[in-house]
Design a protein around this ligand. Structure first.
Ligand SMILES: [Zn+2]
Length: 282
């Protein structure tokens, strides 16, 4: 029986029977893996961590059949990222990213850059009180994850008529994102795409450059509220188009943010005061 040993993040978990846990991991070298941890709720020796969302773990397991759940025999906690669980703003955003990874990444398809990005993201979310430009940073992570999942749209040509989209071309100077086609269309073709919305050059530039940003550069980037709003709308339209579903965690998150991107979180609201099942991530 093939053995597997890797580091991974816990992106989804659900109790199964009296003592088993079904877990989705995102691992460093194998990408997303659906697993079962037999007796995890009983054995503190084999599973000394709490197996909570966001945790970075090292695990040993075995694959009985290519289509079956990977069986986890042992799991050691590497980084708990506890602060994410304790800060509602971090938790709400973190759950949104976990749901993206869980729903949009392919099973057992290696994506080491996405693994690295999750490490950066969870480190950032663990330090929210000290982070300025929170919304900009979140938008950058969102753009990067879209790119790493292969969802970045074609940006050079109109998806409908094929005309080149750039500022030197009068007909192709304006960009519209068409949720029906998952790409950009020119102004001439826009009437055939009633759900299309305008996307500025600034947002296109961000999308083009997002994959090149490391943590140091992410700290320096700042952009206008218009680009921030467009970027969020574009990413969510792309995610919806590629996954064919709406994200439960996003609906919850949006309840806590007003139209200006300001969080409406009452002082006494904690992650424990919200039924986490509503996020669809556990
Ligand atoms: Zn066109």
């Amino acid at each position: 029986m093939p053995r597997v040993k890797d580091n991974a993040f816990i992106v989804h978990k659900t109790d199964y029977g009296e003592s088993d846990i079904i877990i989705t991991l995102f691992s460093a070298s194998r990408g997303k893996i659906s697993c079962i941890a037999k007796g995890a709720n009983r054995s503190r020796k084999r599973f000394p961590g709490s197996l909570e969302l966001f945790e970075k773990v090292s695990f040993n397991g075995s694959i009985k059949h290519p289509l079956a759940l990977t069986r986890i025999d042992e799991c050691q906690l590497l980084k708990p990222y506890l602060a994410i669980q304790e800060e509602l703003k971090s938790y709400l955003n973190g759950c949104y990213f976990l749901e993206i990874v869980n729903r949009c990444s392919a099973e057992r398809q290696s994506n080491p850059e996405l693994f690295e990005l999750l490490d950066d993201l969870f480190t950032f979310l663990s330090d929210v009180p000290h982070n300025r430009n929170f919304n900009c940073r979140i938008r950058l992570f969102e753009l990067q994850i879209i790119t790493l999942l292969g969802f970045k749209p074609e940006l050079s040509h109109c998806l409908d008529c094929g005309i080149k989209l750039d500022n030197d071309n009068p007909r192709g100077r304006f960009f519209n994102f068409s949720p029906q086609t998952g790409g950009l269309v020119c102004n001439h073709c826009r009437p055939r795409h009633p759900a299309a919305f305008n996307v500025s050059q600034g947002t296109i530039n961000l999308l083009n450059q997002a994959h090149m940003l490391d943590n140091k550069l992410r700290n320096k980037v700042n952009f206008t509220p218009q680009v921030e709003a467009e970027s969020a709308r574009l990413c969510r339209a792309l995610l919806s188009w590629h996954s064919g579903c709406s994200f439960k965690s996003l609906k919850i998150l949006e309840r806590y943010i007003d139209n200006n991107g300001i969080y409406k979180i009452a002082a006494n609201t904690t992650t424990n005061s919200i039924n986490s099942n509503k996020y669809g991530v556990r």
